[in-house]
Design a protein around this ligand. Structure first.
Ligand code: FE2
Ligand code: FE2
Length: 673
């Protein structure tokens, strides 16, 4: 299928092509073929709640293990971390993990690991092989418990069985099995999406509906266990941020995380789920930004006014308690170890890098309490914590500063300040090492926010990513960059460098900007709009340019799959955030926050999906015969919205398509003899 409908007569690429719109053809084809109808078990509650609870609901006091979660260690061929949780606010009496290459039975008890007593999350410390972590939510006071065992020295490409126990007098157990990554050059499959949220009331453990709850979140997990092409579940999944939106339910964040944990456990008990931090992992609480208890006089009610409005380190306390991810070895300027904030691992010939773009984006607003009404009181939670109107969590440069390199129109670590951006330094070191390593053919970066998006109701493209990290993605020839944040699908052409002569236009000025003025957006340069062919499938040479995929269709109830077009010339148009859209106002007037400030023509936008906001991606990696020959075959499967997605309960059923809406090959030898 051709990517374009108008070609350059001279054989050169032109940028006058209409974007390839996916969805319509795919969906009708699916209807003709008949998909698998997945019917969900109904019924915890007797009927849909009217909306998210506004008081803190109790959590269970039982200790049966649940929310099983596997993640890779630094070497996925040999290291897997097994994590699980207690259902509520009571620690497990004597938790254990048993594992074996054969099923755990009375006759095969496996290797037994006993976990230590729980300690509150403390990211200044190293974690041992086994760790029990507690976290007290700053806004509702509930303490929840997370258990981690880092298995090492496993055999590559081997199935392991495991069973966890709460160690009670009459123990409760849960378990499953997983496969370690293959050693060396091998084929494997992975999957990805972001913005998962929680299922609606009928499919949640709790029976509640939370902010962003939607049953599409349930079907997105179902799909990972049984992808539409019938070729089996992936080895692992990449979860591109905005995991469950717990920061929107200020009275019940632990309860939201629990429903998320149980939903994903339907897959994450069987294969690693590797997350990236998104804006919604940043939560309000009563700690300092570094995660230490706030000490302002006046107790919890006074903390936010004193700036102590963080739920654990940088607001990521729940995330960092729940996931024990590969260690990047980086210690932040405040003494916190940044393990899990960003990390890398390699499977086969592909290097994967998870980044926290919250560190470098301009856009403001992870957790927000911004009400544009005069004399609005603080948001008050059930423990008495108060968030004053006009408060947002903004963590740009939390690992150190960046400064302008005018020659490259880029932002580089600010060594002169004495506190350069540690994540960007780590990123460059990691990329350089990967490109020196003969065992690495392709590099896949995943993170939450977007360098390029033409979504209209979504957030838009962030210049911060373009300035700080695109120069590195170009220099080290990153092959694919996966994101979420926009609740939709979009694919770019391969891009490299930027269109130095181009500019965007200020459309919704932030303070200091003038409407209609030209603005630098560092617009990425399209390498080609004409795909190659690889065994009959359209293919892009990612050695020539990086392809960016927006994969934010995990299942939130806020789809954003309406895409911008410049009405003057019918070409794609994108919103761009070029300056911080900081909160403005006073308590007396109320507070407001701007969205994206500018727009640009977006010739980089290659494919959009106005039909389906939801979907999942399947990537099949083939290392080829010789070094450098790795290809990744990408399939995007849409998931139609559930039958009652527009209703207040966001529930219902859907049909999982058996045909992808897009199929492409990415590789560095594509199109070369
Ligand atoms: Fe999101
Ligand atoms: Fe987001």
């Amino acid at each position: 299928m051709s990517e374009s409908n108008t070609g350059g007569s001279d054989g050169k690429a032109t940028f006058t092509r209409r974007r390839f719109i996916i969805g319509t053809v795919g969906v009708s084809a699916v209807a003709a073929l008949g998909g698998t109808v997945v019917r969900a078990p109904r019924a915890v509650a007797s009927g849909p709640p009217s909306g998210p609870p506004t008081t803190t609901l109790p959590l269970p006091t039982t200790t049966e293990p649940e929310q099983l979660l596997l993640t890779w260690g630094s070497d996925p061929a040999r290291e897997v971390t097994v994590s699980w949780s207690a259902p509520g606010t009571v620690a497990q009496p004597a938790p254990t993990l048993a594992f074996s290459t054969r099923p755990i039975t009375a006759h095969n008890p496996g290797w037994l690991i006993k976990l230590p007593d729980p300690k509150p999350l403390d990211v200044t410390q190293r974690y041992g092989e086994a760790a029990s972590v507690s976290f007290a939510d700053g806004l509702n006071g509930q303490t929840t418990y997370f258990y981690h065992v880092q298995l090492t020295a496993l055999e590559p490409g081997t199935r392991y069985y495991y069973q966890v126990s709460d160690g009670a007098a009459a123990p409760s157990t849960a378990g499953a099995s997983f496969e370690t990554a293959p050693h060396g050059r091998a084929k494997f499959r992975f999957s990805s999406y972001g913005d998962l949220a929680t299922p609606s009331w009928d499919l949640n453990t709790s029976g509640n509906i939370w902010h962003e709850s939607c049953d599409n979140s349930w079907f997105a997990v179902t799909a990972i266990e049984n992808p539409g092409d019938g070729k089996g579940a992936p080895l692992f999944h990449l979860l591109n941020g905005d995991l469950c939106y717990a920061n929107l339910d200020v009275d019940n964040a632990p309860g939201v995380w629990r429903d998320f944990g149980n939903n994903v456990a339907r897959s994450s008990a069987h294969r690693p789920w590797m997350p990236a931090l998104g804006n919604h992992e940043c939560e309000f609480g009563v700690d300092t930004m570094s995660g230490h208890p706030g000490s302002a006089a006046g107790g919890v009610a006074a903390q936010a006014a004193a700036g102590n409005y963080w739920n654990g380190p940088y607001g990521f306390g729940h995330y960092l308690s729940r996931f024990l991810l590969p260690d990047n070895g980086v210690t932040n300027w405040d003494g916190n170890r940044l393990r899990g904030n960003f990390y890398t691992f390699q499977v086969g010939t592909v290097k994967f890098i998870s980044l926290d773009a919250d560190d470098i984006i301009y856009q403001d607003g992870a957790a927000n309490y911004v009400i544009n009404t005069a004399n609005t009181g603080p948001e008050t939670t059930t423990t008495g914590a108060e968030i004053p109107n006009g408060t947002t969590t903004y963590i740009r440069f939390y690992t150190g500063g960046l400064q302008l390199d005018a020659k490259e129109d880029s932002l580089v670590p600010d060594y002169a300040s004495g506190q350069p951006n540690l994540q960007t330094i780590w990123l460059e070191g990691t990329l350089a090492q990967a490109r020196r390593d003969p065992s690495v053919d392709m590099i896949v970066v995943f993170m939450h926010q977007c360098a390029m998006s033409t979504s209209v109701p979504g957030n838009g493209s962030d210049l911060g990513i373009r300035q700080a990290w695109l120069p590195l993605f170009d220099k080290y020839e990153v092959d694919l960059v996966l994101s979420g944040h926009e609740h939709d699908y979009e694919r770019t052409y391969p891009v490299r460098g930027y269109d130095a002569g181009e500019h965007g236009t200020v459309a919704a000025p932030n303070p200091g900007q003038v409407k209609g003025a030209a603005v630098d957006t560092r617009r990425p340069s399209v390498v080609t709009t004409e795909p190659q062919a690889f065994n009959g499938t359209p293919a892009w040479n990612t050695g020539e340019g990086t392809v960016y995929l927006v994969l934010g269709g995990g299942g939130t109830n806020g789809p954003t799959n309406t895409y911008g077009t410049d009405t003057a010339d019918d070409k794609p148009q994108a919103k761009v955030i070029t300056t911080r859209n900081a909160v403005v106002g006073t308590e007396a007037t109320g507070f407001s926050k701007n969205g994206a400030d500018s727009v640009e023509d977006a010739p980089w936008s290659a494919a959009i999906n106005p039909t389906d906001a939801y979907g999942y991606s399947i990537f099949d990696v083939d290392p080829g015969q010789r070094p450098g020959e790795t290809t990744i075959t990408f399939q995007y499967f849409a998931i139609p919205a559930v039958t009652n997605e527009a209703g207040s309960a966001h529930d219902g059923t859907t049909t999982l398509p058996t045909q992808p809406t897009e199929k492409f090959v990415f590789g560095r030898r594509v199109g070369r003899p």
